[in-house]
Design a protein around this ligand. Sequence first.
Ligand code: DX5
Ligand code: ZN
Length: 229
Amino acid sequence: MSRTFRIAPSILSANFAKLGQEVTDVIASGADIIHFDVMDNHYVPNLTIGPLVCESLRPVTDAIIDVHLMVKPVDRIIPDFAKAGANIITFHPEASEHIDRSLALIRDSGCKAGLVFNPATPLNYLDHVMDKLDMILLMSVNPGFGGQKFIPETLNKIRAVRERIDASGRDIWLEVDGGVKTDNIAEVARAGADVFVAGSAVFGAGRDSDAHHYDSIVAALRAELAKVA
Ligand code: DX5
Ligand code: ZN
């Protein structure tokens, strides 16, 4: 059985002056999910976008909006993103006072829930919450900025999480975020990922001349994944 792979461009690297068009273009080019990076200049040293931008983008696309919270504290902002139309909300466990409560808050607001692990965050945060997860997001760079280099040591962590998901028997998506490009996406897939965030690789790619600006890069990423499936 072939695995389902999903490509999730991070709009962190999009042109914010025309964000709606960027979202429309990248989905028309065959991407599956919009990865929405929320940074608070506290948990990470950068400041990005909040629920108002999510609300503005919601009518622009039917695609899944995958909100990656790099904020501390996390609970206060969760209902706002749910109301703004987020489909998936993930947070970093060390940024939450009560992980179980934050997960419940996300699920009770009708969204899918996930935990995010930095390269050095231990996986034992998973021990007691596997049954409440729809997604596990593994960072393959330290969070805060697009355009960083993939940290190869995270491949072993991807394998370890894949084993835990398979052992759980649950349908938990394994998303990898940071430095994913055409030259490493197949390796990341082989290690066990099934959702691939790509920011600079997609939005930094030269624009195609036809109507769908990102056709070439999305097709190139899919061609690499087809070698694995
Ligand atoms: C980093 C963000 C990533 C980032 C990925 O903190 O969580 O989603 O935008 O960008 P690239 O693909 O350029 O590494
Ligand atoms: Zn992200």
